[in-house]
Design a protein around this ligand. Sequence first.
Ligand code: C2E
Ligand code: MG
Ligand code: MG
Length: 665
Amino acid sequence: MLIDKKHNRFFRFTPISIMLVLLIFMLSFSLFGMLGINSMMKTALKKHEQSNIIHSQIYAGLINRYQSLFKLVNGNTSTTDTGKIQALINEIYQERKKLIKNQSLCIHNKNKPINPIFVKQAAMLSAYKKLEDQVIELVKQGENYKAFLLFSNELLKQKENTLKQILRGNKYIQTQSADEIQKINDQTIYSIAFYGFINMILIALGLYFSVHILRQYISKNKELTDSSRLDLLTNLSNRLHFLEEINRQILEKPNSSFAVAFIDIDYFKSINDIYGHTLADSLLVQFGKVLSSQLKGVNHCIARFGGDEFVLLIRDINRKKTDALMKKISTAVNTNYYSHGQKIGLTSSIGVAMYPDDATTTKMLLHKSDLAMYQAKKTGRACYRLFSNKLVNTVLVENEISQRLQTSLSNKKNIYLLYQPLLNTETYSVSDCEALLRWNDPKHGEVSPETFIQIAEKTNLIRSVNYFVIDEVCKQQRKWAKDGNYRIRVNINLAGNQQIFTASLKRLIEKIQKYDLSPFLFGIEITEGSLFEINDLTINQLRIANRMGIKISIDDFGTGYSSLLYLAKLPLTTLKIDKAFISNLCDREKDNTIVLSIIKLGQSLGLDIVAEGVETYNQCEYLKLHSCNIIQGYLFSKPISAEELEHLEIPDLKTKSQAQNYRIA
Ligand code: C2E
Ligand code: MG
Ligand code: MG
């Protein structure tokens, strides 16, 4: 029994319980119908039994009379007691008349015999009837003797058994009146028809409800399975369904060609942090819709793989068509989105792998499309990349580089720091420098930090890089502190995810405290791109560092995705304008405007402004004119060793610029 615990009821409306009730309902009605028919049949049979008794009695009487007649004839064939014979024949005639009248009606039942036994008996009795008819006809004409002879001859021929046989076989022949027989037959037929009809209705109803409930159950079930395969936010498929779809495609159409695309929205983490989850979610929904709209008429499956990652399965498509489709998709999705009164521009990086050319398993297809997506990210984002073996080589090279870098870091061989001084153009003094890592790999030669830092960032190797630089800078500061003749703040570039970043900052603070160094001799640079990876824990750690006196700069400002709100939230001291803007300064009006805006923004937030990548005197003058007095760049000094830094002499920038034949105004 089903017990609804919550409502303390004995019955719960579940599809199965409803079906059970219906089944019981149907069975009871069928039973009722069957019982009805059964009782009708019983009544009919009872009447048959009764009629059989009468029937037998009549026949018994008949046989007696036939036997008497027989005896009479056998006893005296010449004289014959015609009076007795006639009387017997008359009796027989009367009885047979009754019998034959009813029998013929019963047996033939409007010429429709209802039982094969009846048919057989009917044939025999009708043969007898013919004989009797002839006898009766002769008796009617007063030809009793002739009638007797005909009758006795026939009886002798047929033997007595025939009659008995007929009597025995007549069990079901009714000897009631024609009306009664008809009534019983009709009643039986009506009851069968009535209960049959009710049963049919019940069965039909039962079937209808069963099918209805079953359908509802199936559709509910489907809904449930669908929802387990649906991404509830975007209403697209989810990861599970997507994987099933690729598997199915491979299994069912192993010879077809299809594409798997991996799409990651650029800087979405930042958007989430800046604008909040509600808005970010609405952007994801819109993004999904734009994506779907580009796939009309294309045999596809689209899913949100998780977070800001979307995946596409494009069936029956070749590489060339995939390329064209991705171009179209990339252009469409990289657009402005509107939500909560905000206009937000989104871009995404797309990586594509082709089946069967690039991979033949779901896992590898996803892996390779993911690799291609990273390639797209690496090459400036907001674009798509199709997987190629060249890309594999890149990955292989990256793996190799990563391993070799690890070796260098642990052996502290072929890896070292250079320091690039920052010049205060107002005071013509150097109070800061930036520690920049150099790696001279025996196999690959001088590897650009941009390359190896990016590779290290993809793995947790960046933690070792951070620790190495922190340790080296602390070592250098200790050395300078010990010598006591040189003091300069060293800014350290820290990268990595929140966890690595926080751990690295913690390590720096611990080292400073351990070696009793002045925190004012240390600074950290965080790139604008990684700024938004920062969580509250990191912000706290930054506050501790800031309160101690460690300078905190935002590096490469203008290239990432910052908001004023976010900037105000962080305990910053400095903004470093990215060299990309400085290199075109004075040449491109647009860059001038950007630089001036950054300067104004920094000033309004009470921050120091540093311009990096200053190569010409004009750039320097322009910056100075607009109150950006700290410069870092080749104009003043390239990154140099600690010893060189100690002995650095500040050159006349104008002369140096002219001498180096840098861009002269
Ligand atoms: P960054 O932190 O923005 O460093 C400034 C980069 O600009 C340095 O490149 C520097 O040599 C270069 N630079 C300075 N002045 C000029 C100039 O006038 N013209 C030009 N064209 N370039 C100039 P570098 O040393 O190649 O480093 C590139 C990037 O690699 C750095 O950019 C930084 O993001 C990263 N990096 C370097 N060392 C480290 C490190 O120790 N740790 C981490 N996490 N990243 C590092
Ligand atoms: Mg830097
Ligand atoms: Mg920089």
